[in-house]
Ligand binder design. Structure first.
Ligand code: FE2
Ligand code: FE2
Length: 280
């Protein structure tokens, strides 16, 4: 791909068009929730993710919508607002799911960000981290039978939407950077690195919280459904494959997320090869 494509009007057109054209219209209220027996319902409810997930989706929806309003370019504004709409659907779907299956989530007030631009950039990096692992976990949950197949089908479009969001994000960031005059670039690169770092730290904190909560609730991923019957190496390999598969359908001229997969590959290179060593 020629270097001058990134930041060009064609790049902007492509990054917005790919996003707008691949949007799937559906109404959350029309979704049909499968009947779960008590064991399956309890297993779903025991996942220590609901509070965080409901909050994240609601805050993301508000922040992305705010960025859509703040963006002055009409085509970019259209694509970003559409993403805000998709995020609000995610928030609605989680609300529906938690009430349908009796999962209690505390009330909270989602706050509109004061700097939509900065919030949008941080959200994008956050999604790059989250989606990388979520794609692998989702595949694992489906094939291990941890999630009933009907729920896997229901969440499939949402997973794909997150894939489109991270693809949009990396191209949006690169487009804006390339459009800046040279003097402005170091500042932008610094903000970009800071946003990425802050999201990495926040993900680490969440992971630690989830781990502590899991230990307290005696939640084990490998109970019954054997969600974790996989070595760390196999899991990272699965995440890498799933990331590639999810983003494969889109135009090859679009940049792909590079940072998290590169870290994952470096981690893989340092991991023990033998399954026995990894499981021990
Ligand atoms: Fe989302
Ligand atoms: Fe998203």
């Amino acid at each position: 791909m020629p270097g001058h494509f990134i930041g060009s009007p064609q790049h902007k057109e492509l990054l917005c068009r790919f996003f707008i054209d691949s949007h799937a219209p559906f109404e959350p209220a029309a979704l049909e929730w499968p009947e779960l027996d008590e064991a399956a319902r309890a297993k779903l409810a025991s996942l220590p993710i609901w509070k965080e997930a409901v909050r994240t989706e609601a805050e993301t929806a508000l922040a992305v919508a705010a960025m859509g309003q703040a963006e002055s370019d009409p085509l970019l504004a259209e694509a970003i607002s559409l993403q805000g709409y998709e995020e609000s659907r995610h928030a609605q779907i989680l609300k529906l799911l938690t009430s349908r299956y009796g999962i209690s989530v505390p009330d909270f007030d989602a706050a509109k960000p004061r700097q939509p631009d900065w919030a949008f950039m941080r959200i994008g990096y956050g999604e790059c981290f989250d989606s990388f692992f979520a794609f692998g976990l989702f595949a694992l949950a489906g094939r291990s039978g941890f999630f009933p197949p009907a729920l896997v089908d229901l969440f499939e479009p949402i997973m794909q939407e997150e894939g489109r969001h991270i693809l949009f994000h990396v191209n949006w960031v690169a487009y804006r950077q390339a459009r800046l005059p040279y003097a402005g670039r170091p500042g932008y690169v610094f903000r970009r690195a800071l946003a990425m770092w802050l999201q990495a730290v926040s993900r680490l904190k969440t992971a630690l919280k989830v781990k502590t909560a899991s230990a307290q609730d005696n939640f084990t991923m490998n109970a019954h459904g054997s969600l974790a019957d996989i070595t760390p190496r196999e899991f990272v390999e699965l995440c890498l494959r799933e990331n590639e598969r999810r983003l494969a359908p889109y135009d090859p001229r679009l940049l792909r997320p590079a940072f998290v997969p590169a870290v994952a590959r470096a981690v893989l290179a340092a991991m023990p090869r033998s399954p026995a060593a990894a499981r021990a």
